[in-house]
Structures are given as structure tokens and as C-alpha cells.
Design a protein around this ligand. Structure first.
Ligand code: G1P
Length: 296
């Protein structure tokens, strides 16, 4: 095992489920209340201890990197006007010890292919993968709670960790699904995975425990990805590479404790705005009062 410093965040997708909003603005830059979705995902990673953020991106999505870079003109204007709170919100979004680097995915060949595009930056290190559509929410404000839990489980159990949650039957075919031999899942627990399958039909699905998009993986995963042929949807699937990993080392599914909001689709995005709005110190109380008054 190596130090866990690196996290791969694939952001090269076309965002077709949230068009037309994502035609020019990357879907990761759409805002939930007052921050782009990607900022929540990167802040979660930083809070869980990751210091090397690797964005797998495409040329048309440069605004994602720009959001985390200094903006001297804006900063001096806010400084001159004494707008300290606003200045703090745009300056030093990330701590000084955190670096963002980029790798490019020029063809949409699947999630496994996107992760493989970061192979040179990962080298021989163990790493995490975080999918930026999904926000994880904890009512106590520690939105990194589950990511911290799988980092700890990886180190303690010497097993790859895949975060999962149960989904209703009609959603099983939209996700990667884990087979843990019928193990009963309790929040926060990890169980050994026997097999993983990407987007199975409901009839062939081994369970309803879905992969939500947070993974802690050994360096070896990259070599397995290189050998992975196209799978579900004709794409190179990360799920298939991890399924191959099971033959070599333990892989565990960890049942998450927070709530997920899928901002990659319209309803999930809207609901995320309401949830994060209700919890926002500036507008939460007023939003709650407004919602109560509505005859919806
Ligand atoms: C990807 C993964 C899938 C996972 C899902 C979570 O699928 O391949 O295993 O369950 O993310 O959102 P996608 O949504 O990119 O089709």
C-alpha cells in the first residue's frame, strides 16, 4: 500500500442529461445554491485528506480549472471595496498544499477509459476515484464523512473500497451493482465483494446495492484497466476492471451513511439545490419558511 494522496475526478462527459443547461457551461460548473457542483466534490476530497486532485477533462471544459485558479482582478476589486467575506469565498478555495492537475480524455470511451487517461499521473500509487455528478450530504455538515470512512477501511482492511447504497428495483439497471453473496448491509459497514456487474437487467442483478461513485483502489487497477475490453454500452467500464481485481485481492463494498444527490439529472439537481439551500446559513431559514407557505 502507498500513501493515499491522489484522487481522479472524471469531468470530460458531455452532460447530455442536463441539456440545454450544459451546452456551453460544463455540467460540473452548474451551481448548487452558490457554488459549482465540482467545488463540493473537490472540497469533499480535500476534507478527506486528498492533496493531488487529477481532473480528467476535455479542452472545452477549461472553466473548471479556472474556477480554482487565482483571479487577481476580481480579488483586488473586492479588496478595495472591503468585501472581505466575498473575497474569502473566491480566494484560496483550496488549501496551499492541494494541487490540481489535468489529464485529457479526447474520446468518450467510458468511465474506465477516463480513469486510464490519468495512468501516468497515478504511476504506482494507490488512488481514489470520485464521480462529480453525485453530491454526498450529511446533515451534520461533514459531507466527507463517508469518503473518510472508506479511506480508513482501505487502510485497515487492506481491501479496495467501493461505496454503495440500495436503490429501488426500477433503478438497478442504471448503475454498477455489487454481489456480496447476500450479505446484509448496515450503514458504515464493509462486506467482501464476490462480483460486480455494470448496469445489469433487474432479472440478472445479484442485489440492489448500487455503486454511487466513490472508490478507493490499489495502483494495480490501472494495469487491469489497460486489459479491459469494452463492456456495457460498448464502453470500457471501471466496474469490469474492479471485477477482475477481485481474483487478486479483496474488494469490499461499503454501505454509505449520508444521502446522495445526483446532479447529473434534472430532478436530482433541483432537489440538491433545495437540500443545500435549506442547510445554507444565509438563506436556509427563509427558504424553509417560503416552502412552508406554498400551496404546491
Ligand atoms: C457510472 C459507473 C456505475 C456507477 C455510476 C454512479 O455510470 O459506471 O458503475 O453506478 O456511475 O453514478 P454512469 O452513470 O457514468 O453511466
Amino acid at each position: 500500500m502507498t500513501d493515499l494522496r491522489k484522487i481522479v475526478i472524471p469531468v470530460a462527459g458531455l452532460g447530455t442529461r442536463v441539456l440545454p443547461a450544459s451546452k456551453v457551461i460544463p455540467k460540473e460548473m452548474l451551481t448548487v445554491v452558490d457554488k459549482p457542483v465540482i467545488q463540493y466534490v473537490i472540497e469533499e476530497a480535500v476534507d478527506a485528506g486528498f492533496t493531488e486532485i487529477i481532473l480528467v477533462t476535455r479542452a472545452s471544459k477549461k472553466s473548471i480549472e479556472d474556477h480554482f485558479a487565482p483571479h487577481p482582478e476580481l480579488e483586488s476589486a473586492l479588496e478595495a471595496k472591503g468585501k472581505t467575506a466575498l473575497l474569502d469565498s473566491v480566494r484560496d478555495i483550496l488549501p496551499a498544499n492541494v494541487a490540481i492537475s489535468t489529464a485529457f480524455q479526447n474520446q468518450p470511451l467510458g468511465l474506465g477509459h477516463a480513469v486510464l487517461c490519468a495512468a501516468d499521473l497515478i504511476g504506482d500509487d494507490d488512488f481514489a476515484v470520485s464521480l462529480p455528478d453525485v453530491l454526498i450530504f450529511h446533515a451534520d455538515g461533514d459531507h466527507a464523512h463517508d469518503l473518510k470512512a472508506i479511506v480508513a477501511a482501505f487502510k485497515q482492511n487492506h481491501a479496495a473500497q467501493i461505496m454503495v447504497e440500495a436503490v429501488p428495483d426500477d433503478q438497478v439497471s442504471s448503475y454498477g451493482i455489487v454481489d456480496c453473496g447476500g450479505a446484509e448491509f448496515h450503514p458504515g459497514e464493509s462486506h467482501n465483494v464476490i462480483a460486480m456487474v455494470e448496469k445489469p437487467s433487474l432479472e440478472s442483478a445479484p442485489s440492489n446495492q448500487s455503486i454511487i461513485g466513490r472508490y478507493i483502489l490499489p495502483a494495480r487497477t490501472m494495469a487491469l484497466l489497460k486489459q479491459t475490453s469494452p463492456g456495457a454500452g460498448g464502453e470500457i467500464q471501471l466496474t469490469d476492471a474492479i471485477d477482475a481485481l477481485i481474483a487478486e485481492m479483496p474488494v469490499q463494498a461499503n454501505s454509505m451513511q449520508g444521502r446522495t444527490y445526483d446532479c447529473g439529472n434534472k430532478l436530482g439537481y433541483l432537489v440538491a439545490n433545495i437540500q443545500y439551500g435549506l442547510n445554507h446559513p444565509e438563506i436556509g431559514a427563509e427558504l424553509a419558511a417560503w416552502l412552508k407557505k406554498q400551496d404546491l
